[in-house]
Unconditional design. Structure first.
Length: 144
């Protein structure tokens, strides 16, 4: 099983970052690869349907949600990614240099139909693009 982790620091209040990330159905508002997203519910078991900018579609299931600890975990139900047993967690914490936030995006999966290193790079690039876009969005329009 492969594991990928991307960590980024954002010069914004952790709660402001969570206010953007923490809405499971609103990932299209901050991730540059996603054209549309909608969630069917907001509790564990809820499904999120994504349409990527290239037209591909994914369905993800919310597995765990903790507003107080500022994280949620989800799994991939269906989609074109070359993975099986995909499970990911998105977590916002206070950074050491407050009032900044640390965003940690981790994933575990089994590569399928592609070399493991290629799939790890793909997932890492998805996470990095999201964190970079979030950083740009929140530092251009700081919320405290």
């Amino acid at each position: 099983m492969s594991k990928v982790q991307v960590i980024g620091t954002i010069a914004a209040n952790p709660q402001a970052v969570w206010d953007v990330i923490g809405d499971f159905g609103a990932i299209a508002k901050w991730h540059p690869a996603i054209a549309d997203s909608r969630a069917e519910g907001s509790r564990p078991g809820a499904l999120r349907r994504l349409t990527l900018k290239n037209g591909d579609r994914l369905v993800e299931r919310l597995e765990e949600f903790n507003d107080g600890e500022r994280y949620y975990s989800y799994s991939l139900v269906e989609g074109p990614l070359p993975v099986a047993e995909y499970y990911s967690t998105l977590h916002v914490r206070a950074a050491y240099d407050a009032p900044s936030a640390t965003v940690e995006w981790t994933g575990a999966f089994t590569a399928k139909d592609a070399p493991e290193s290629d799939v790890e790079h793909l997932i890492q690039s998805i996470y990095q693009a999201g964190i970079d876009a979030l950083r740009q969005q929140l530092t251009a329009n700081p919320r405290s």
